[in-house]
Write a protein that binds this ligand. Structure first.
Ligand code: COA
Ligand code: AMP
Length: 634
């Protein structure tokens, strides 16, 4: 069973250029590359340099030329608005070409940045593809982020135009976007020339004269434009992701390597073919949304689903099964948290029985650790392969996966399987030495990374080196710790930095600490991620107040919760802050976050030998108990 996978993996390691050149030959190029892998400026490796390509052409036009014009390209399914709409490849191209015309008419051209802050509506996909069509660089910002986060991204990307909508819908709540956008633009130093607003019927946004333009009016008079060839190494998009501080990292994706790797992954990993229906139940604001709602399924000539809803509550825990049955989805990709939510509402899977799921062949999960209970539940209830795969915003596609299209299907519980072809994954110790099978260390990838991964950070080559390449020379640091067993199965255990995963959303506790520390009464603080049955992890914060503060502690706690919500956004799910007298530290003054976290999760822990004052740890244990954590959990 493993042979095709083993063979592909071997080839990708022995002759990566030949391996990826074959994949590149399956894509449309205006001009083929001079070099498959350009290593003339190490450690900045570039794929397909000298080549010219257009991402939108590969996603739409090429399929139309090959007879797929009348096939559904994108199905918008929105239980929150009771709306469904099918766009064929021809229809989607028409909209995208026109919106490309709108952007070009506003002076947006190759290399200009366009920021997209939108809910899960087709206009978000149209905007992304239109940018790709004219060679502009899009930067999509997730709707659950607050104005402050948006402003940080505006300042870094300096977009000429921002595209937004009047509102998003969270289950039944209407979330107006416009005041967040206006607030962000006001805060930002870099001002866009224009904002294009898609007005939704449930909420009308007030427009700012001269700056704001109406999507529909612009589209009504727009002329379609053709695809603009760009260098394979030109940026397609910037996607900001949490780093270890409040400043997010601008992950860059190029055009050429991205088309090649993502198209290849559709068959090799997900085992889908042109014409199949593929559904990534995520959000366009995340990397999964970029790679597997928009780009990869369209590169492959599939039908992709854009779902505006939640796994539960829109209207019930059967909605995933309804969408699969109705649109004949072959492969679903989502985060384990979505399945935990479904399982909680419908533990015996009764709602599954109401639907014909005969089209449904595979479930892929990623974004956070797949807990054994969720895996078992999904396997039992669905009776199809349930595949855990591991990747990151930076990598753009899976580092480890059961490569179903290469007939590799063997699940070891707790493991996202083996490295996918292209990934020379190793486990090293602090001295950059490989450790033995089964030993935990840093999961690192030997350079060069395969195509489709980040070539650098936006306008920040040094930041790219500092964040990913410096600590383990010759390797890319994933910042995940784990081990590889004797059979080559990889186990991802924990982040080595302050990143936590909340409902599949990546957040930095350091960024939250920066906000809490800004409260005038807070002298010192610590935020950590604790286990949560639904969301995987949730952040909790401890506050030490300045001497002499007499204000009610409850009030201060509430204020800090509100500050995180206002500055990062509701997506941070920061709901618990607690005032404590002091924080447990080492003698050198380092806060014992790891130990506090273990206590909170009721896991075994050792009191560190370097602890300054063990009494403080006991106090912390008591504080956690009062919050319902630690021993109170079981
Ligand atoms: N725009 C505005 N607000 C948003 C938002 C968006 N796009 N997405 C989430 N929020 C808000 C929610 O309304 C919620 O606000 P609240 O504090 O006022 O209730 C908060 O952010 C937290 O949202 P979320 O983490 O989604 O929690 P939830 O309790 O609403 O739903 C799940 C829980 C598990 C159902 C939900 O997280 C889910 O569907 N997850 C799927 C995972 C996923 O798509 N991951 C992406 C990587 S694959
Ligand atoms: P993001 O960049 O938001 O995709 O988050 C990437 C991080 O999520 C990784 O570095 C891991 O810590 C975690 N992650 C993603 N997929 C998995 C998985 N299958 N198993 C364990 N952790 C995962």
């Amino acid at each position: 069973m493993d042979n095709l996978y083993e063979e592909a993996y071997r080839q990708s390691m022995e002759d990566p250029e030949d391996f990826w050149e074959k994949a590149a030959n399956e894509c449309h190029w205006y001009k083929k590359w001079d070099k498959v892998l350009d290593d003339s400026n190490k450690p900045f490796y570039r794929w397909f340099s000298g080549g010219e390509i257009n991402t939108c052409y590969n996603a739409l036009d090429w399929h139309i030329e090959n007879g797929r014009g009348n096939q559904a390209a994108l199905i918008y399914d929105s239980p929150v608005t009771n709306n469904k709409k099918i766009y064929t490849y021809l229809e989607l191209r028409e909209k995208v070409a026109k919106f490309g015309g709108v952007l070009a008419g506003l002076g947006v051209s190759k290399g200009d940045r366009v920021l997209i802050y939108m809910p899960m509506i087709p206009q978000a996909a149209i905007a992304m593809l239109a940018c790709a069509r004219i060679g502009a660089v899009h930067s999509v910002v997730f709707g659950g982020f607050a104005a402050n986060e948006l402003a940080t991204r505006i300042n870094d990307a300096k977009p000429k135009v921002i595209i937004s909508a009047s509102c998003g819908i969270e289950v039944t709540k209407i979330i107006p976007y416009k005041h967040l956008l206006d607030g962000a633009v006001e805060m930002a130093e870099a001002k866009p020339e224009h904002c294009i607003i898609f007005q939704r019927s449930m909420e009308k946004a007030e427009m700012i004269n001269g700056r704001d333009l109406d999507w529909n009016s612009l589209m009504a008079k727009a002329e379609p434009v053709d695809c603009v060839p760009v260098a394979a190494t030109d940026p397609l998009y910037i996607l900001y992701t949490s780093g270890t501080t409040g400043v997010p990292k601008g992950v860059v994706r190029d055009n050429g390597g991205h088309v090649v790797a993502l198209k290849w992954s559709m068959k090799a990993i997900y085992n889908v073919d042109a014409g199949d229906v593929y559904w990534a139940a995520s959000d366009v604001g995340w990397v999964v949304g970029h790679s597997y709602i928009i780009y990869a399924p369209l590169f492959m000539g599939c039908t992709t689903i854009l779902f505006e809803g939640k796994p539960v509550g829109t209207p019930d825990a059967g909605v995933f099964w309804r969408v699969i049955a109705e649109h004949k989805v072959k492969c679903l990709f989502t985060a384990p948290t979505a399945f935990r939510a479904i399982k909680r509402e419908d533990p015996s899977g009764e709602l599954i029985k109401n639907y014909d799921l005969s089209s449904f062949k595979t479930l892929f999960l990623a974004g956070e650790r797949l807990d054994p209970d969720t895996l078992k539940w999904a396997e039992n209830k669905l009776g199809i392969p349930v595949i855990d795969h591991w990747w990151q915003t930076e990598t753009g596609w899976a580092i480890c996966a059961n490569c179903l299209g290469l007939h590799h299907y063997q699940v070891k519980k707790g493991s996202p399987t083996k490295p996918a072809p292209g990934w020379n994954l190793q486990v090293v110790d602090q001295n950059n030495q490989q450790v033995k099978a089964g030993e935990i260390g840093a999961l690192v990838v030997k350079l060069p990374l395969p195509p489709g991964t980040l070539p650098t950070l936006w306008n920040n080559d040094q930041g790219y080196i500092d964040s990913y390449l410096e600590e383990f020379p010759g390797y890319y640091k994933t910042a995940d710790a784990g081990y590889i067993d004797e059979q080559g199965y990889v186990f991802v255990m924990a982040r080595t930095d302050d990143i936590i995963n909340v409902a599949g959303h990546r957040l930095s506790t350091g960024a939250m600490e920066e906000i809490l520390a800004d409260h005038p009464d807070v002298a010192e603080c610590a935020v950590l991620g604790v286990d949560d049955k639904l969301k995987g992890q949730v952040p909790i914060g401890f506050l030490v107040l300045n001497a002499g503060v007499t204000k009610d502690h409850n009030e201060i706690e509430k204020e800090t919760v509100q500050m995180v919500r206002e500055r990062i956004g509701p997506v941070a799910a920061f709901k618990t802050a607690m005032v404590v007298k002091r924080l447990p530290k080492t003698r050198s003054g380092k806060i014992l976050r790891g130990t506090i976290q273990k206590i909170a999760d009721n896991k075994a822990f050792k009191v560190p030998a370097t602890i300054d004052n063990p009494v403080i740890l006991n106090e912390m244990e008591q504080a956690l108990l009062n919050l319902g954590y630690g021993k109170a959990r079981k």
